[in-house]
Unconditional design. Sequence first.
Length: 566
Amino acid sequence: MTRGPLSHLTCAAIVASAPVLLGDDWPQWGRGPQHTGASPVVAQPLEAILANVVYDPFVDQEKAASGDDLLVHYPVPLLEGNAVYLGTKSGVYQGADSWGTQTWGVRKLEWRNGVLTEAWSVTTDWKPVPNGSRLGGWEPVFHPVLTGEFLWMPGAFGSLLQVAKDTGRITARIVPFQTGALNIFVAGGLAADGAGNVYYGALQLAPSQPWDTDSLGGWLVKVSPSGNATIAPFSNLVPGAPAAGDLCAASFSSEPLPWPPSSGAVAARLPCGSERPAINAIPAIAPNGTIYTVSRAHLNDRYGYLVAVGPDLTPRWSASLRGLLNDGCDILLPPSGTPGGCRAGSARGVDPETNDRPAARVLDQSSSSPVVLPDGSVLYGAFTRYNYDRGHLFRFAADGRPLASYDFGWDITPAVFSHGATYSILTKDNHYDVGSYCNDPAFCPVPAPRYDVTQLDPQLRPEWHVTNTTAENCRRGAGGQVTCVAAPPGGFEWCVNQPAVDASGVVYLNSEDGFVYAIGPGGVVRERLFLDQALGAAYTPLSIGGDGLVYAQNNGHLFVVGRGAR
């Protein structure tokens, strides 16, 4: 079940890999298995751009295809010693509807005499799932991971490729699924635990109409350092979920606004589809070995679960994202019967789209992934439309009990800063310029936007906010020169999907305004440095090197920022 120049590789080529070595490196999404995005070092001042490397040559075409937005999820730069492992793209771009014509891979760059220099590059035969209504044009993430002597990256048909760090040579392919099983995709990025086991989600789609036909299978995959693969079907991991053919509540669609259409209205019920992994979610692993991942019904994103799995891939619990909220009509929305509110007479707290208690939704456009907190509880950010597209962030106990929620959680994996005997959670907190629950301004007027970064306490209560107030629209020219013009009022969106936080509690993140920011405790903007503007494009996580350099991304470029390179 291989293809192309990699077809000679088999599991027999596996050489045991040593455990994950953290130290002050950044070997995976969120830096460690818990995904806290926290560095043990203090970052350098944002004084200068020390390196500028192109990793996506198709940015101009991608933006032209989507009205100037860059709808791509990028991996975090992986750091080890003086080396940078950067996800890259090549091949041919023929539009979002055929993005599989691109080729993904990794470049290893090394600091040599203060210059970031390529050591090797390698490509994979991995392809993302095809575009469709569930993805809305958002290109899924390709995300490798570092362990011991190897870099691991997704391969074709749900496989995993082992790459020697010193040479860039692909030394093995692990094939968890039987030969001939087609249309299986590695869905989401790779994660590794402290022992060097690698985890990821895999999804098999129907060859025709894959997003309107039930999926053919979804699995959590574990690959040991010696190359042994174990798979667990999501149907076993979420035993309480509706069956694929059960009818699940959808939303109102053609009924006249405002919603709900009446106090007793019942939304349509349609087949749920099978439970399977969220397309971009990356598993998190607790210190006790529990794996946390995210599941959803293939045909209905309102039936999602946070899933806890033992190290042997046996299910521990699954927590439904339904029935946890009661903050719709007359609570997070304007009073019923007024613009932006529900229909007069609606029940308090319901979702106007369903006339039921709100369900947090697992959208495949999102890259939200679980975070294991220092006290063992777990964060996950999901989508809700009725509160102006802001979603909700949830905190669950280690046994699956819901503990708290905050009314922003859309496409964010928060960073976590431990201090004293407690911790704080750092997240973007965007107030979008969209109507409350519909796109008709006669019923859902568009409010003025506001774009915040917020720090939350363990109970998800705000500790501080800082608002983006950039008044200029800047661009970097081909020669590096920066030109700016006045920007419309309202500031720019924090579009990042995970910030990074250093040992002093300073959070680093990108904005659509093109700057990388350093925001200190109390919400004080300490520094910012212009990189390049790309609207809708800061779904670009940052990493912090062992020497304090900040590795940020924007507009298809890696920018290394600081005072001085290695």
